[in-house]
Design a protein around this ligand. Structure first.
Ligand code: URA
Length: 211
């Protein structure tokens, strides 16, 4: 499924002036086995336009493989569709200091700027379950009261937040089946999470096999 081009254009306009670059479309069928909601693309993704195609993406593909799924079976999106960056100094091989762009988490303003896009996807993609990856994806949908460390691996029938014409978040009338788990990149920083990710994966696999 592809979002309307006017909506992508609106997203690009709404995020102008923020330290972000590129624009990555969500990808996957209209009737996927599940929908994945990440944080924001990184350098690799804005280079090739494919969500989760970098280092975190490789981990995510392993997660999907464990579920018996491939990229083509799922709809992949994220809270923000451009890469949020910050400039930092980096010493090159010659020992000279260079400025380089680094990834950073999106700000709430950037999340609001791209909220209409994910709202559209949630309404139009017919996914039986929405798997959120990390706190940014989770909290975009259910607010700050939930934390991935507390609710990961649970099946939650829950309303989701969408933006109104005043850029204020409102709860949906419909409830959606949500399954929060960790962001695939989180195991790079905290290898202890590997076991928790594996047990979430098993629960999700059991659920998929019952469908
Ligand atoms: N993290 C995300 O949330 N999305 C990507 O596409 C890559 C990393």
């Amino acid at each position: 499924m592809k979002i309307p081009e006017e909506l992508a254009e609106l997203g690009r306009k709404r995020i102008e002036g923020h330290a972000v670059e590129g624009f990555v479309y969500g990808s996957g069928p209209k009737q996927p086995k599940l929908m994945l909601v990440g944080e924001a693309p990184g350098e690799t993704e804005i280079g090739n336009g494919i969500p989760f195609s970098g280092r975190a993406g490789q981990k995510l593909m392993e997660f999907l493989e464990g579920l018996g799924l491939t990229r083509e079976d799922v709809y992949i999106t994220s809270a923000v569709r451009s890469r949020p960056y910050k400039w930092r100094e980096k010493r090159n091989r010659q020992g000279e200091v260079e400025m380089r762009k680094y990834n950073r988490p999106p700000t709430i303003k950037e999340i609001i700027a791209h909220a209409p896009i994910i709202d559209y996807e949630i309404q139009h993609v017919e996914a039986p379950i929405i798997v959120t990856l990390g706190n940014v994806g989770l909290q975009r949908l259910v607010g700050k009261s939930m934390k991935v460390t507390e609710v990961h691996g649970q099946f939650l029938q829950h309303s989701v937040l969408h933006i109104d014409e005043n850029d204020t978040f409102q709860w949906s009338k419909d409830k959606y089946l949500l399954f929060p788990t960790f962001h695939p990149a989180s195991v790079f920083y905290n290898p202890k999470l590997r076991e928790l990710v594996a047990s979430d994966q098993q629960r999700l696999k059991d659920w998929l096999q019952k469908q």
